[in-house]
Design a binder for this molecule. Structure first.
Ligand code: SAM
Length: 371
């Protein structure tokens, strides 16, 4: 079936998705034009910011692709103080970013649970409830997710990384700390708790096929995600997967495949929030803007204090590690206008999909000041 005929269908089969992922020339343009139009019609030519605070690179896990894995000894570990995190959140609020995203390595402990809970309470208080908060701190018990939800976090990003269990097991150590089932259970628990639930995968992983990527897209639709964060896999010299770097697609192809994945998920799920991942910019200086043009509507300017940024290196050549939060904002604003989009200030910019899902099934929702 031709790309044009596929794009006219309501639902895509796995075979259709593979054809779309392989598209080139005119067909590729057709795909991007369609996804860009769907974004404009359903979301508008808009981008919302989530001020990203990478508050610690201390991690208890050993994912084979990740630069901050526990086993990497060539890294200075850091943990922002509560005051530094609060200051960064204040910066976001004063600059009218609607939301922040708190991200860190993965720790499961009563101390960590309590610390995050207290931080959520403080950030809600300092911003008089105005700052929306996304968490991205990995796998936790359902009761922990619930405590944080009750303390004011209302979105959670947990990338599934790969939905083919065999592939998942090739990029993680084979033990109970890195279990595919647990990842899936956590995603379900987030959704059941009432979070706007986001997931995604890395694109261009070693051993990954187009069949895998098509499966990832079908999973996201079937799971009914509210938010999507996908980015290219970029190798890191101090990780075990560096050994198979010769088998990887060229960076430019990983980049192009990521744009296609974003375009396709926008067509499949018209009203979700889609992040233009920072890793896109590590390959192409205007990578995030290209993603915004063809379907993404969320950008995460890094507002982590500059001195720590170099130590949150998930992959080689991570961009903007020596910028300040102010540099990041003005640079991004100019860039977003390149993609003919406007940054919306002072709004949460929640996933419309979540709102529609909630109305259909009576999910709980944090009070949204945009509404
Ligand atoms: N620990 C939390 C979790 O697992 O959700 C959040 C932090 S984790 C470092 C954030 C994301 O970084 C992961 O979900 C993964 O997709 C991405 N990441 C890690 N290593 C990467 C690499 N080499 N290339 C691209 N993305 C990478």
């Amino acid at each position: 079936m031709s790309v044009k005929d596929i794009l006219d269908k309501e639902d895509f089969s796995k075979e259709n998705l593979i054809t779309l992922l392989q598209s080139s020339g005119e067909d590729r343009l057709l795909l991007f034009t369609r996804s860009g139009k769907i974004k404009a019609d359903n979301i508008g030519n808009k981008v919302w910011f989530r001020g990203l605070i990478e508050f610690s690179n201390v991690c208890g896990k050993d994912c084979l692709y990740c630069g901050i894995r526990k086993g990497n000894k060539n890294l200075t570990r850091y943990n922002l103080s509560d005051e530094e995190i609060i200051e960064a959140a204040k910066f976001a609020w004063k600059n009218r970013y609607g939301s922040i995203a708190l991200q860190s390595g993965e720790l499961e402990s009563p101390d960590f649970t309590e610390r995050v809970e207290k931080l959520l309470n403080k950030i809600k208080e300092l911003s008089r409830g105005e700052l929306g908060i996304t968490l991205s701190v990995g796998e936790q018990k359902p009761e922990v997710y619930k405590r944080w939800f009750d303390a004011g976090a209302h979105r959670y990003l947990l990338r599934v990384e790969a939905t083919n269990e065999k592939l998942y097991n090739k990029i993680h150590p084979l033990n109970s700390k890195h279990s595919f089932r647990k990842r899936m259970d956590c995603l379900k628990s987030l959704q059941d708790t009432g979070y706007q639930t986001g997931t995604g995968v890395m694109i261009g992983l070693p051993y990954q096929t187009l069949d895998d990527l098509a499966g990832d897209l079908l999973f996201m639709k079937d799971f009914n995600i509210d938010m999507c964060g996908m980015g290219p896999y970029i190798e890191h010299a101090d990780t075990p997967l560096i050994e198979v770097k010769e088998t990887l697609l060229p960076l430019q192809e990983r980049f192009d495949l990521t744009l296609k994945m974003i375009a396709i998920i926008r067509i499949m799920m018209k009203d979700i929030n889609i992040v233009a991942a920072t890793a896109l910019q590590a390959i192409d200086p205007i990578g995030r803007e290209k993603a915004v043009k063809i379907g993404a509507n969320i950008i995460m300017p890094n507002i982590t204090p500059g001195k720590y940024r170099d130590s949150y290196k998930l992959y080689d050549n991570k961009p903007c590690t020596d910028d300040s939060a102010e540099d990041c904002q003005s640079c991004l604003e100019a860039r977003v206008s390149l993609a003919d989009c406007d940054v919306v200030y002072g709004e949460w910019g929640d996933s419309k999909h979540y709102e529609n899902r909630r109305q259909a099934s009576g999910y709980r929702l944090q009070e949204n000041p945009d509404a």
